[in-house]
Design a protein around this ligand. Structure first.
Ligand SMILES: [Zn+2]
Length: 160
């Protein structure tokens, strides 16, 4: 069992806002698994914007993060489902470091794209133990974000 000072140190090393490390495991041949819990008690409904703190259920799963000192790192995240008191429907919270339906952190995606731009997809996939398909998804997501970042007038011109 990890002590409070160990988890505090790991939270600092992890360097992600809005979460804390509660537990860790070092699995030989797999890597370091950090168990995370959100620091916030509330989340905003994605339909109406109402803030809620009524937890519907916890949803814990593993995502791949940047390696630490050459060791693979996986984060066990908890993307909680809240029940909106306004819509009466459950919604799942946004996490600012991993997108919904993605099995890797946004900063890992940024790092991999940086490598792809300097190398070919197959080599980068092997170096980071992710699939070429995942890299293609990262590139598509990034391209979508870049399109969204364009000024509105310009985007309209492009579509029409
Ligand atoms: Zn709502």
């Amino acid at each position: 069992m990890a002590s409070a000072s160990q988890t505090k140190l790991l939270t600092e090393l992890l360097n992600l806002e809005s979460v804390k490390v509660t537990k860790y495991q070092n699995l030989p041949g797999i890597g370091l698994i950090l168990h995370l819990e959100p620091l916030t008690r509330k989340a905003s409904c994605d339909r109406c914007g109402q803030k809620s703190q009524k937890i519907h259920q916890n949803h814990r799963y593993l995502v791949k993060d940047l390696p630490m000192s050459g060791q693979p790192v996986y984060l066990e995240v908890n993307r909680r489902q809240f029940k909106c008191e306004n819509c009466k429907k459950p919604f799942s919270e946004e996490l600012n470091f991993v997108k919904k339906r993605r099995k890797y952190t946004s900063r890992l995606s940024t790092e991999i794209i940086r490598q792809v731009l300097a190398d070919d997809i197959k080599t980068v996939a092997e170096n980071n133990d992710v699939s070429s398909e995942e890299i293609e998804t990262m590139l598509k997501d990034r391209a979508k974000e870049l399109t969204r970042e364009k000024p509105l007038g310009l985007r309209k011109l492009g579509i029409d």
